[in-house]
Design a protein around this ligand. Structure first.
Ligand code: CAA
Length: 291
């Protein structure tokens, strides 16, 4: 099946990034969110991120203009009815995702492919709530989507082979390298990354080191581009906690227990960079550690 028009549900940092790379790769894109102002915010963020690519010579001005013209707002879900593929990139909450799929199945053409950008929820279980489990696939992008080379593809137990191949060709057409992961909690990247981030938070919680010491240690000691606490803020502490809970419950192993300090930060609403406070305070020019 040929994919021409891609619908994105969820206009947060992931949805916006996915819309960005789809548009610069020649797809028509419609972006939907329950909060209409979120769509406008995403569109202006996409334009700004494309400007970064223009200034570093990765995108021409003309290509930026045509890519932006390919992205349209979809204030109501019905606007997505002619999409060939819809990628759900909403919050990591299974109930929210189920409701989105229910709404989509009611309006999409029967041959349309449904994909989820979930960072850890079981693809098989999400697919089973839809009218098309065979046409359902996990396409997991990394943040920031325009920069990161990887896309994890996850096959649910019911995913049909030709649908999986179409999703693979689609991800490759976005200039990404694809890894295939079986449908287990956290897939590959988050199964490995999140326990490391959680351990960094335990290291802070137990007073082994300060925010700065932990991040400097991992940046300069293991050559990570960001320290684990800075990265946690970048991903979003609510997302980090959701993924740890999926690992903890899904694998029934206490080694995945979310750090109580992570839980506390999320309860406080200190969700990281997106709200201006997490392990760092982002209100000034340079981020300042909050502990
Ligand atoms: N859109 C477009 N371009 C962007 C961008 C965006 N959103 N963000 C950064 N860039 C570009 C910059 O313009 C710059 O381009 P040039 O090199 O061509 O000038 C380049 O990326 C580097 O950016 P900066 O110079 O601003 O900053 P940096 O060198 O500190 O790099 C970073 C920023 C790329 C984010 C880097 O710190 C990094 O790689 N961090 C780790 C990110 C990571 O691990 N992501 C995965 C998270 S896990 C995940 O996503 C899965 C999940 O489910 C939780």
């Amino acid at each position: 099946m040929e994919i021409k028009t891609v619908g994105i549900v969820g206009a947060g940092q992931m949805g916006g990034g996915i819309a960005h790379v789809c548009a610069t790769s020649g797809y028509d894109v419609l972006i939907h969110d329950v909060a209409a102002d979120q769509i406008d915010k995403a569109l202006s963020k996409i334009a700004k991120n494309m400007d970064r690519q223009v200034s570093s010579g990765k995108l021409s001005k003309a290509d930026k203009t045509s890519a932006l013209a390919r992205i349209g707002p979809a204030p109501i879900v019905e606007n997505l009815k002619d999409c060939d593929m819809v990628i759900e990139a909403a919050t990591e909450n299974e109930d929210v995702k189920r409701k989105i799929f229910e709404g989509l199945c009611a309006i999409l053409k029967p041959e349309a492919i449904l994909a989820s950008n979930t960072s850890s929820l079981p693809i098989t279980r999400l697919a089973a709530t839809t009218d098309r489990p065979g046409q359902f696939v996990g396409i997991h992008f990394m943040n920031p989507v325009p920069v990161m080379e990887l896309v994890e593809l996850i096959r649910g137990i019911a995913t049909e082979e030709d649908i999986f191949e179409t999703a693979k060709e689609f991800a490759i057409s976005l200039g990404k390298t694809v890894t295939l992961s079986e449908d287990f909690p956290g897939f590959i990247v988050n199964r490995i990354l999140l326990p490391m981030i959680n351990e960094a938070i335990y290291t802070l919680y137990e007073g082994v080191g300060s925010v700065e010491a932990i991040d400097t240690g991992m940046k300069l000691g293991t050559r990570h581009p960001m320290g684990p606490l800075e990265l946690a803020d970048f991903i979003g502490l609510d997302t980090c906690l959701s993924i740890m809970q999926v690992l903890y419950h899904g694998l029934s192993d206490s080694k995945y227990r979310p750090c109580p300090l992570l839980v506390k930060y999320v309860e406080a609403g200190w969700l990281g960079r997106k709200i201006g406070r997490g392990f760092y305070d982002y209100s000034g020019e340079t981020p300042v550690p909050t502990r």
